[in-house]
Design a protein around this ligand. Structure first.
Ligand code: PBG
Ligand code: ZN
Length: 298
């Protein structure tokens, strides 16, 4: 699956500095960019939205606007590419004024339960627009149950729930946060994301999401966490997605630019590693370059 960034407006393809080969697209430009990607046989996309300049508030409420950019993008892509799977990221860090993944308590910590209520509304708005699947990435306790309950209550019982079930508090999200303009203004995400040194808790996070009704689990980042992926593969019968994150993408590009490695050979090796470790679904920014990457080495 190809992760894509959508912005308001039209005719926009704004290159992302830290992620060469990736742009922030307006909906019309995304449809244009998807033509060749769909033709290469990429099975789906994962849509991330950015708020309007004045669209951020303390709770991230513009994320569930039925006429929002993500909702528009879902409708347009479903219409233009009936065979493409359309998933959406469900979080509010690009829509909150403080950049955290939910509304804050007076202490500055995220209010877990208030976040779940907002995330449920976001997921329902995406599913209502026609998303095949929703992918909650906020790492709030109980977010899968809250979203599943809200989808069921809205009659959206066929929507697939792909949970970012084991998502680490990682230093590898930097380029993405630049792309999304979603860095926390203060503090970090260690209060809600998993600690990378603690394998047992990381696996338990995925178990809990499975028990709450997730249809697909995820390990993120993925290349530094192949052990987690392989362990999870033995532990669950659910499909597992590996998120090949922005820092992993930028790392290979930077190495190749310095002449220290062949880009496409490094990409092929890394993607095969994800497959070998047990990923059923690979979410990767390399997806829009699939043909060149495969073509230059078989
Ligand atoms: C935010 C979110 C992040 C990513 C996906 N959703 C960043 C973060 O948690 O700060 C990272 C993706 C990437 O680095 O490619 N909920
Ligand atoms: Zn977030």
């Amino acid at each position: 699956m190809w992760p894509v960034f959508v912005v308001p407006g039209s005719g926009v393809c704004e290159p992302i500095d830290a992620m060469p080969g990736q742009c922030r697209y307006s909906v019309d430009a995304l449809i244009e960019a998807l033509g060749p990607v769909a033709a290469m046989g990429i099975s789906g996309i994962l849509i991330f939205g950015l708020a309007d300049d004045n669209g951020k508030d303390a709770a991230g409420t513009s994320a569930f606007d039925p006429q929002g950019t993500v909702q528009d993008a879902v409708r347009a892509v479903r219409n233009a590419f009936p065979d493409l799977l359309v998933f959406t990221d469900v979080c509010v860090c690009a829509y909150t004024s403080h950049g955290h993944c939910g509304p804050l308590l007076a202490s500055g910590q995220v209010n877990n339960d208030a976040a779940n209520a907002v995330l449920a509304k976001v997921a329902v708005s995406h599913a209502d627009a026609g998303a095949h699947g929703v992918a909650p990435s906020a790492m709030m306790d109980g977010q899968v149950a809250a979203i599943r309950g809200a989808l069921d209550a809205a009659g959206l019982t066929d929507t697939i729930l792909m949970s970012y079930s084991t998502k680490f508090a990682s230093a590898m999200y930097g380029p993405f946060r630049e792309a999304e303009k979603s860095s926390p203004q203060a503090g970090d995400r260690k209060g809600y994301q998993a600690s990378y040194g603690d394998l047992a808790t990381a696996l338990r996070e995925s178990d809990l999401d499975e028990a709450e009704g997730a249809d697909i689990l995820m390990v993120k980042p993925s290349l530094f966490y192949l052990d987690v992926l392989a362990r999870l593969r033995e532990r669950t019968d659910l499909p597992i997605a590996a998120y090949n994150v922005s820092g992993e993408y930028a790392m290979l590009i930077a190495t190749a630019e310095r002449g220290w490695g062949d880009l496409h050979a490094m990409v092929r090796e890394s993607i095969v590693a994800l497959d070998r470790a047990g990923a059923d679904i690979i979410i990767s920014y390399w997806a829009n370059q699939y043909d060149e990457i495969v073509g230059s080495g078989g």
